[in-house]
Write a protein that binds this ligand. Structure first.
Ligand code: PEP
Ligand code: MG
Length: 541
């Protein structure tokens, strides 16, 4: 038996077979070639950057759906790196001196990597891997190389010099048991992704990692950062015990997820799930949600090449409602705009898209498409308990207009003899300060409120939610935000209407506790977070 030590970056124990990925994360030195036409080479470089940006946009969307917002933001940061003027300038300047784009990019990257590595700041040091990930993506475009797909055996323990974030999200979770790296730190994005995908990981294992033979049997302890190669009988026995305890703890968490959540004083707080795709429904049910608090219907629009027709929308809404078997499902009407756009509905370029034509504003500017969506929703309502929610309301007339169109759609369907569900509820997202301030007026006109903290925080604090430069100012517990939340909950309750939260702040411990104390009726979160929210509610007075 051999024992290897590193730094535990993602907890849990597991076992499997060592598989070396090899190479320095796939980053090889390209040939240096003298070029004749610098302009053509610059064009080739900027095309490669544009293609890489598109790929990152896709990866960001996929990660958001499959893993979470925080993890998806890693690829947003990658896109920002791709637009870094200094890096671009360094590459362009070399191309202008007659160096081919591949080598120019390689040299500029290495120069930046050395600069980052020399800074006494762990966070910046870790960004070197992100930089390499981004430039490798552009390099692949330049050389027309496809991203390497790893063919992994079952129960693989992946060994690599270091892992790029995009490699980590692509590793097949059904096969990868753990990953071990020579370099890296628990702060790296690859480690963050491993934690959210519940893959044990040990980093900073040093050069010794190379000596672990391919195919050897390993036990990995991601909590202590220990790896056992060909473990002896004692370690094997202890591992079996640890693994059984780990499984029991997971099962307890899942079982806890199925029970009702009440505060110590006995007040019930529903824990619901946020959905973007049909696949999320099974996960939401597995984690024992009390219903769906937010379905981001715009994803159907973003996955289409043209406005999705009534039938396509109907079958999606119907499938969600049927799968939920009577539990209440809240579907938000399409919230396109800002960072959620589909090519076919891109209008005039907007200087400030967050303050532009998004959410209900866009829907009301295209009444035919809004009408189509409402018809599809009303038809689907016959298959379960449906709540329809309007996003980005900032004025009373917008709500009136949306409700009026819903009434017309209902009349039309009734005249066609189409069945409609009996208990459809209408509500709004309270995600603009205007809606929160006007909550007393709006509460009279709806059946429920759902506070969208992602936007409410951004608009209240004037902090762009996707801009990492001001990320430290994005504070869910800022007193101004808390006052608006309190005002909204109280206004809803004065009218006898429930008020929930469906923004990411619902998963923020301090904020969620305060919201429960203020009397919030439900918290809607990504499915995986349901058990921890149940526990949080039970610990509140
Ligand atoms: C919100 O703004 O809090 C919200 C849930 O909506 P989205 O994140 O889709 O804008
Ligand atoms: Mg929002």
């Amino acid at each position: 038996m051999k024992i290897w030590k590193g730094v535990g970056a993602s907890g849990g124990v597991t076992d499997g077979i060592a598989v070396h990925l090899g190479g320095r994360s796939g980053f090889s030195v390209p040939a240096r070639v003298k070029i004749g036409d610098a302009d053509a080479e610059l064009r080739r470089f900027s095309q490669a950057c544009a293609q890489a940006a598109l790929e990152l946009e896709e990866l960001q969307k996929r990660t958001k759906q499959q893993v979470g917002q925080k993890e998806a933001d890693i690829f947003l940061a990658h896109r920002a790196m791709l637009e870094d003027q200094e890096l671009l300038h360094q590459v362009q300047e070399r191309i202008n001196r007659g160096i081919n784009a591949e080598y120019a990019l390689y040299e500029a990257t290495e120069q930046f990597a050395q600069l980052f590595s020399a800074i006494e700041d762990d966070y910046l040091k870790e960004r070197v891997m992100d930089l390499r990930d981004v430039t490798q993506r552009v390099m692949n475009k330049l050389t027309c190389a496809a991203e390497k797909e790893f063919q992994l055996p079952e129960r693989a323990i992946v060994l690599a010099e270091d892992l790029l974030p995009s490699q980590t999200v692509r590793l097949d979770r059904n096969k990868v048991q753990a990953f071990l790296t020579m370099a890296g730190s628990p702060n790296s994005h690859a480690a963050i992704l491993a934690r959210s995908r519940e893959i044990p990981a040990v980093v900073a294992m040093g050069q010794g990692l190379r000596d672990i033979p391919d195919g050897s049997y390993l036990i990995v302890d991601g909590d202590t950062g220990t790896v056992y190669e060909n473990p002896d009988a004692y370690i094997l026995r202890r591992f079996q015990e640890q693994k059984a305890a780990q499984e029991a703890a997971r099962l307890a968490l899942r079982t806890a997820a199925q029970r009702e959540s009440r505060t110590r004083s006995g007040r019930k707080v529903e824990i619901k799930a946020n959905l973007s795709t049909l696949e999320d429904v099974a996960e939401a049910l597995a984690w024992g949600c009390d219903g769906i608090g937010l379905t981001r219907s715009e994803f159907i629009y973003m996955q289409s090449s043209d406005w999705p027709d009534e039938e396509r929308q109907f079958s999606f809404y119907q499938a969600v409602l049927q799968a939920m078997e009577g539990k209440r499902v809240t579907i938000r009407t399409c919230d396109l705009g800002m960072d959620k756009m589909a090519d076919y509905c891109r209008g005039e370029r907007e200087e400030n898209p967050a303050l532009g034509l998004r959410g209900i504003r866009l829907s009301l500017s295209k009444p035919e498409m809004f009408f189509t969506q409402i018809r599809a929703l009303l038809r689907a309502s016959a298959y379960g308990s449906l709540s329809i929610m309007f996003p980005m309301i900032s004025a009373e007339w917008e709500l009136d207009h949306a409700l009026e169109l819903a009434r017309e759609a209902r009349e039309q369907l009734e005249s066609e003899g189409v069945a409609i569900g009996g208990d459809i509820r209408y509500g709004i997202m309270v995600e603009t300060p205007a809606a929160a301030v006007l909550a007393d007026v709006l509460a009279k006109k709806v059946d429920f409120f759902s506070i969208g903290t992602n936007d409410l925080i951004q608009y209240t604090l004037c902090v762009d939610r996707v801009n990492p430069v001001v990320a430290q100012l994005y504070d869910p517990c800022h007193p101004a935000v808390l006052r608006l939340v309190k005002n909204t909950i109280e206004a809803a309750h004065r009218e006898g209407k429930p008020c929930g939260i469906c923004g990411d702040a619902a998963t923020h411990g301090d904020f969620a506790r305060k919201a429960v104390e203020m009397g919030i009726d439900s918290l809607s979160v990504p499915p995986k977070k349901i058990p921890q929210l149940r526990k949080l509610v039970e610990d509140c007075d």
